[in-house]
Structure formats: C-alpha cells, structure tokens
Design a protein around this ligand. Sequence first.
Ligand code: ATP
Length: 289
Amino acid sequence: MGLIDINGLTKRFEKRAVLDELTLSINAGDRIALIGSNGAGKTTLFRCLLGHYRYQGDVRFEGARTARRDVGTLAQIAFVPQLPPPLRLPVGDLLRFAEKGAGASAALMQEIAGKLGIDLDEIRNRPFYRLSGGQKQKILVTVALARDADLLIFDEPAANLDPAARAVFIDLLAERKDCSMLIASHRLEEVASLVNRVIELDRGAVVLDDSVVDRLKAGVFRQCRIGLANAHPTFGAALLDWGFTETDEGRHYAGKIPAADTLRFLGLLSRYASLIEHLSLDTGDTGKG
Ligand SMILES: Nc1ncnc2c1ncn2[C@@H]1O[C@H](COP(=O)(O)OP(=O)(O)OP(=O)(O)O)[C@@H](O)[C@H]1O
C-alpha cells in the first residue's frame, strides 16, 4: 500500500478526457517532480487528489478511498495552488484560520515568512487579494510549510517568486525531510536537487516515471569536459564554483559532477549553450581516482 494509490483515474471535461486511465502509486517519503507541457493534466491530477473534482477510477490515500472534500485526508495534505485564490479577507484572518483550522504553527509562519522576505505584521491588515502575485505565493507557501502535513502538493510554487526568494524556498523544502512532496514545475533543474522521482504527464497519461534515487546514488560521479571557442569569465567562474579545473587560458574545463546534481548542472550549461564547442559527460566513473 502506498501513500497514494491511483488506479484507472479518468477525468473528463465536456467529454474530453484530460486524465486518461491514469495509474500511479506514490510512496511515503517520495519527493516527486511532476513535469509535462501546458495542459498535460498536472493541475487536474492535483485537484482530483484533493477531492475538488468528481472523477472515474479509484484514488486511495493511505489505503482509504478519498471522497469529495474528505476532511480527514485534506488535513494531511498541504496544497499551494498555481493561481492564488482571490480571497478578500485580511492576511491576519487568513493566518489565524491557518493556525486554528489547519494546525499551522504561528511561530513557524513568522519565521518562514521572514526568510521569504515578508514581514507578516506589516501586511496583517491588508486584504489578501490586494497583495502582489509573489507576496500571495509567499503567504501560501508559508502557511503550507508551517503545517504538520504528510504530503505537500505544490503547483508551480515558485512561478511568481524572485530569484532570491526562489533559492530560499528551495532551501526550505530541502529542510522538510519528514514529509512526501509532489511538485509540479516547468523548471525541472530548479527542483531536481530536491526530488527522488520524476514523473512526466503527457495528455493525461504518465509517459515517464523515473526513480532517480536508484541510479543517482550518492558517491556516483560523471566526468565532464567542456571546450569553449573563447574564454568567458562568468561561465568560467560558475564552472570553478562546481570544482572544475581550467586549462588553455579558460577555454577548457574538466571536473566531476555528482550524478545526483546532473540536472542542476545541465541547467547551468543550458544558459551558456552557445559558447560550448565541445562537451562530454561520461557516466560509469565512480569518482575514485
Ligand atoms: N475546469 C475546466 N473545464 C474545462 N477544461 C479544463 C478545466 N480545467 C482544466 N481544463 C483543461 O484540462 C487540460 C489540462 O489542464 P491542467 O490545468 O490540468 O494542465 P497542466 O498540466 O496543469 O497545465 P499548465 O502547465 O499549463 O499548468 C487543459 O486542456 C485544460 O484546458
């Protein structure tokens, strides 16, 4: 029995199947990046799990069938939607509700919001819907992370965050080792270091289910060599930060990438792709020697 067992889940909107006989098990401790192009069905899957929609098929949370808006199940899931709801209530009321109704710790909310760059006392009297997109997302992330949930479901949680807040947010998620995570993201490289499993949806079906943890065990490295047409100080500095060594006046670099960081490293390379003349990334090196 998994944390969540989904069997033959089909969701139709006006006869069109947006989720099509989807079958998937999520185990306790899984930290999943859910990827897929726009319209693939990620949000719809979340909303079925959360009981927001009627659907066909079987969805179980810890073995029990989830009914629509099942209070017991929802108490164990912290959800941050892609689009914050247009709540008219003041932020202070929302935080009080999160504390009394959803078990969020007030002290933890204060601390997490501070790390994300939000002073809760300053915005306590402002209606939630009048905050900026990023501020709303920070408040919802704060509430979710201050709850003692078994499962975090985040739908593009960093979409509206500035780069500094994104980095803090990823660190905050990395600190949460006690719960399972299901994170929809269009930036796999951003969440790659957090997850042990990548699931790709395409037109409502699972087309990739990759348990990275088995292949990318700690201690396994890839040997990387990069040749540039011309030296580039910023890219060079980034490679040196990864522990690379430089030769040929900054035109050749060599180093070892921990296999588990491959996606994050490829994210860096993609920014400088036009500068790269030669690239090798060899697997099978155990990092010894
Ligand atoms: N309430 C609705 N009524 C009708 N169609 C809907 C509804 N909600 C979603 N859809 C359709 O279902 C499909 C899947 O949408 P969904 O929001 O689940 O995709 P997604 O993978 O989350 O996409 P994105 O990456 O853009 O957020 C889309 O074609 C969308 O138009």
